[in-house]
Write a protein that binds this ligand. Structure first.
Ligand code: MN
Ligand code: MN
Length: 318
């Protein structure tokens, strides 16, 4: 059985055909799929600028330029695993709570087939139902979380389920193993000076952005692997972790963020971990006049595919 392969630019021009992720053939069945790219078009949990409901389409659109092999790491994800685009979750655009239930049920069915989900968001609210489904299958998860925000608010406008609260709920519900969680990129202004300390009280390692400025993050990733290893890990990447000069197309941008090379170091630094699922959230193409945010997001999702367990790396010459 041949694995699904991205459609090459010599078979159909890159601007032609249906824009699945990386122009994969797309299948509606999770049977025999190792890794499913899944869109969650949902933004009812955003607190400022909406538009992440268009994230999956935007990322798929910009992903048409991607080719199968990673020239830096020599990863060959599509030779190694059956990876396909499994389409979108049918969220309810009129009901946040119903959408959250629908997302959890959808992921539970994917996980029942043993699929590793690679999610295109959607706002960060979606991490809660995804983690609910993942923890039911895998137990409490470690997590590498890249974001400008910790997303551990208790409530926002009195609501418990928003894009700023998923990881508070996840801890309360026992979905995360706090001693195996790292948050990277936190910055900006807070409601209180100790806003990030709740995370630290749960055992999380919080890497504020100042710790990342002007340096390679490869040494940090050694520490991250030590901290989150030893069990299943979820990788959650909020595009606003990047600096808005790289990723302006998002709802709650914060200045002074990660660079694209640092983002690549973080994801490549997750190689060797037992990553059982990953997401790229908060891309809002309507603020993304050049498409650069979605293009970057598509590349970061590709890099996530490259570090999943079971991916082979081609030998360098000599
Ligand atoms: Mn977030
Ligand atoms: Mn954020």
């Amino acid at each position: 059985m041949t694995n699904p392969q991205p459609l090459g630019g010599n078979e159909m021009p890159r601007f032609g055909g249906i824009a699945t992720f990386m122009r994969l053939p797309a299948t509606s069945s999770a049977v025999d799929v190792d890794v499913g790219v899944v869109g969650v078009p949902f933004d009812l949990g955003t607190s400022n600028r909406p538009g992440a409901r268009f994230g999956p389409r935007g990322i798929r659109d910009e992903s048409v330029l991607l080719r199968p092999y990673n020239m830096a790491t020599r990863a060959a994800p599509f030779d190694s695993l059956r990876i396909d685009d499994l389409g979108d979750v049918a969220t309810n655009p009129f009901n946040l709570a119903d959408s959250v239930d629908r997302i959890e049920a959808h992921y539970a069915s994917l996980l029942a087939h043993g699929v590793v989900p690679a999610t295109l968001g959607g706002d960060h609210t979606i991490a809660l139902p995804i983690l609910r489904a993942m923890a039911k299958r895998h137990g409490p998860l470690g997590m590498v979380h890249i974001d400008a925000h910790t997303d551990i608010n208790d409530t926002m406008f009195g609501e418990q389920i928003t894009h700023g609260t998923p990881f508070r709920r996840a801890v309360e519900e026992g979905l995360l193993d706090g001693d195996r969680v790292v948050q990277i990129g936190m910055r900006g202004t807070g409601y209180a000076a100790d806003d990030f300390d709740w995370s630290r009280d749960q055992g999380f390692r919080v890497v504020q952005i100042e710790e990342c400025w002007h340096r390679s993050l490869m040494p940090l990733m050694e520490e991250v692997r030590d901290k989150v290893g030893g069990g299943p890990v979820y990788l959650s990447f909020d595009i606003d972790g990047l600096d808005p000069s790289f990723a302006p197309g998002t709802g709650t941008p914060e200045v002074g963020g990660l660079t694209v090379p640092q983002a690549l170091e973080i994801i490549r630094g997750c190689r060797g971990l037992d990553v059982v699922g990953c997401d790229l959230v908060e891309v809002a193409p309507i603020y993304d006049t050049s498409g650069a945010t979605a293009l970057t997001a598509a590349n970061l999702v590709y890099e996530m595919l490259c570090i999943l367990p079971g991916v082979e790396y081609r030998d360098p010459p000599g």
